[in-house]
Design a protein around this ligand. Structure first.
Ligand code: SF4
Length: 291
């Protein structure tokens, strides 16, 4: 169910930097339905438990962004508009709020960060080209497996992984800063050498910038949802996961082995760079919204 809400504020600072310290959540909840989704906890603040089906959209996001990005004290930091939920998730096809959000960034000449698993982003390429004339745009695509059968099970409503990487290449070619977020690497499902090597190789061949790779972590209720998924789809793996995930993280031995394999691939493909958007010089310019 789609629920429209009016937010009071939109920019949020968080201490832990992921691409930037600032985000703006246009949506709460996400219909991509990734079985490992770490953001499910966020729905408890809305007193709702159905993160994947009850999607909240902040309909006044473009106006709030226009206002807050234009405040005197605002330092024009890059803002990630997909902080908790993917802003190009399926309902965006109906809501069409992202074009108006991007227009606010154009009007305020503010750097933008988009993190997505969707191909819908292509719809807005012309607006992103406009924004690139006045501010930096960073696009981060997260991936887990190139095996389509597995992808359809684990992340059922996302775009095929290879399509996401091809789209990222397109955005790189028009001048966006790009990065691949190889997260989560799922033990026994997407951690095989073939998959790891292929994602690193494509990142290099497509010239996609940096790559960050991390194993699955299962915090709070995410563990129950993921274990239910295993029960229904990979029953034989359930005992192995229970042994591996005695806490929210995979065992130290597993992580050590995985990170050493990741390091080898970084050397093999000479992919060392760490993604970080450039902080702009503050230069507020007032223009009218949506003209
Ligand atoms: S795209 Fe991100 S926010 Fe949406 S379900 Fe998947 S992991 Fe969760």
């Amino acid at each position: 169910m789609l629920k429209e809400i009016i937010a009071k504020t939109i920019l949020h600072y968080h201490k832990r930097q992921f691409a930037t310290n600032w985000d703006a959540n246009i949506y709460r909840g996400c219909g991509h339905n990734c079985r490992y989704c770490f953001a499910q906890y966020s729905h408890k603040y809305l007193e709702n438990t159905d993160f994947f089906n009850d999607i909240f959209v902040k309909t006044n996001s473009p106006e709030l962004l226009y206002k807050e990005l234009g405040e005197i004290k605002w330092d024009k930091s890059p803002v990630n508009v997909c902080g908790i939920s993917d802003c190009y998730q399926p309902v965006e096809q109906v809501c069409k709020i992202m074009p108006r959000v991007i227009k606010s960034f154009i009007a305020k000449r503010n750097p933008l960060v988009i993190t997505t698993k969707s191909s819908l982003l292509l719809r807005d390429i012309d607006l992103i080209k406009e924004l690139l004339k006045v501010a930096e745009v960073s696009i981060i695509v997260s991936v887990s497996t190139l095996d389509e059968e597995k992808r359809k099970l684990v992340e059922p409503n996302t775009a095929p992984t290879i399509d996401r990487l091809k789209i990222l290449k397109k955005f790189n070619e028009i001048g966006c800063k790009t990065s691949v977020l190889f997260v989560p690497i799922i033990p026994f499902i997407s951690d095989d050498y073939e998959n790891l090597d292929a994602i690193f190789r494509i990142t290099k061949e497509f010239n996609l910038g940096s790559i960050n790779a991390w194993p699955l972590h299962l915090r709070g209720n995410t563990k129950n949802v993921f274990f239910d998924f295993l029960q229904n789809n990979y029953l034989e793996l359930l005992p192995k996961f229970k042994k591996l995930y005695q806490t929210k993280n995979a065992s130290k031995e597993y992580c050590k082995d995985l990170f050493s394999r990741i390091e080898e691939l970084k050397v093999k493909y000479q992919l060392y760079s760490t993604y970080k958007p450039t902080k702009p010089i503050k230069k507020p310019i007032q223009t009218s919204l949506f003209d």
